[in-house]
Design a protein around this ligand. Sequence first.
Ligand code: CA2
Length: 149
Amino acid sequence: MSKPIYILNGPNLNRLGTREPEIYGRTTLVEVEAMCRDAASGHPIVFRQSNREYEVIDWVHEAIDEGGGIIINPAAFTFTSMAIMDALKMFSGPLIELHISNIHRREPIYHRSYVSPVATAVIAGLGTKGYSIAVRAMLDMIGALPAKA
Ligand code: CA2
């Protein structure tokens, strides 16, 4: 049985699609999850969101034990959480840090990520389509990309 890809989402992303559409678009997180499952073409996905730092840490620990790869949009925890960074450091598989917006084009408070130095790759600024692209990239990284017909 192939190991699932963990897609973890941090605080406030449960409200996606309801405000600041000029930055984050109008797609909801429920729709993002459906896009990820579609992009995964049957590969198992664990898709979660939390507003609680400890819960994200616990899910990273779960992924360390059971996951094949992690895609994480840590949202505001990106810039604050050494604890999430420490947990992610323990993961030996591929790790993609994902942001819907291009954090580097935004105010300086969005420029210093604790996650980027421990990530395999970073995707930012592709909107919610970045999730589908991240899933395809992750399948490639773990050798699970379906062969083209
Ligand atoms: O662009 C991203 O994906 C971010 O991770 C989103 C975070 C922000 O702190 C990061 O710098 C960049 C903020 C998420 C706020 O949640 C929203 C909820 C509803 C509508 C829009 C955003």
